[in-house]
Design a protein around this ligand. Sequence first.
Ligand code: SAH
Ligand code: SF4
Ligand code: F3S
Length: 406
Amino acid sequence: MNKERIFDVKNNINNDKKIVNQIYKSNNKKYFITTYGCQLNVHESEKLAGVLEELGFTHTEQMAEAKIIIYNTCAIREGAEDRALGNIGSLKKFKQKNKDVILIVCGCMTQQKENAQKLKNMFPFIDIILGTSNLHEFKSILLNFIKEHKKICNINDDFNLTSENMPLYRTSGENAWVNIMQGCNNFCSYCIVPYVRGRERSRPLKDIIQEIIHIIKENKYKKITLLGQNVNSYGNDLKENEFQEKPTFAKLLKEICSLEGDFKLTFMTSHPKDLTSDVIDVIANNDKMLKEIHLPIQSGSNKILKLMNRNYSVEKYLSIINEIKEKIPNVRLSTDIIVGFPQETDEDFNETLELLKKIKYDNVFAFMYSKRSGTPASIMEGQVDEKIKKIRVNKVLQLVKSLSKK
Ligand code: SAH
Ligand code: SF4
Ligand code: F3S
């Protein structure tokens, strides 16, 4: 950034602060954020916090003393949505008593227009609703509300706009999250993410490197975690001439590992159909890489994997795991499992249990299939009874427990 630009930015921040100070005359300028969902959302809450800190607000863990309350929502399963709805609903009385508190709801749940509308109708006391695609407008939307006090429900359809240039207030201890891409192209038949996060957009390699150099210089973080819904397809949408050759995920990892500094590097999440040998080699051959891989299998049945549109077979998955175990001794492996996907029979489910016994993961995250409206799986025949889903998820948890004891 050149000097004039820095002056401009500082000037703008001071003007914004003035607007906030005119309204909030007391010293109580605290904010409280509740985050649901994945690490991506945790990191986006760090961006919301970055904006608020820049405006002179400070973080509090006590909702009752906050002047700004934010719910950053998740839509991955019904449970996540229900928890957010319950918590927002319980604020009704608090909002009646504290008229000056600004209540903001954002994230994956509100990115769906019908959900945003539902929230608006159910809880008219919400002041600002925004989606994932217009997170970067958070500051201007908030300042507008502070000036004009008109309720705002602003959801954008254009996912090309990014939030990469927002200020950051990191809250994850020694770990620094770094976004390398947004969105997902995979359309697994059960998953809402492509609808609420748009298509894959890779961040330019030089921007990622710049952010990481900055993190290393700050000297506060021991671990850097690269974030994306499908990190292995990083670079597929970038142009070739940027670094003479097309950036790939393996090249990005190598480039980061070559930076000087005392840090460990890891990433999430990998898709088995895209995890290539060159990425496994980088993890195996670089001291900076943590020896861990989270590789969601979802199901041990080829029939179910096909219905899920995962684009790999159990055999292909096992061959990747074998390569990983051969090249990276003592690697820590973890996975995600969905039980009770439509048409999953006892036999299909047993294949998942057998696979867990074979691979012996260090960590397993098991979920009951949750119908997401608008996804192909939600209208598939053979939906599985909730009771059976519960029995199956408990069986997975029991098996994982007994395997870890051994
Ligand atoms: N992009 C990552 C995972 C994102 S969501 C990947 O593809 O691996 C995290 C996990 O939530 C998924 O791995 C899956 O196991 C689970 N999940 C996603 N949609 C779900 C649904 N409709 N019902 C139950 N679990 C779901
Ligand atoms: Fe969802 Fe599949 Fe994309 Fe993961 S890869 S975010 S499960 S659509
Ligand atoms: Fe949830 Fe959105 Fe993450 S749906 S899992 S917060 S990308």
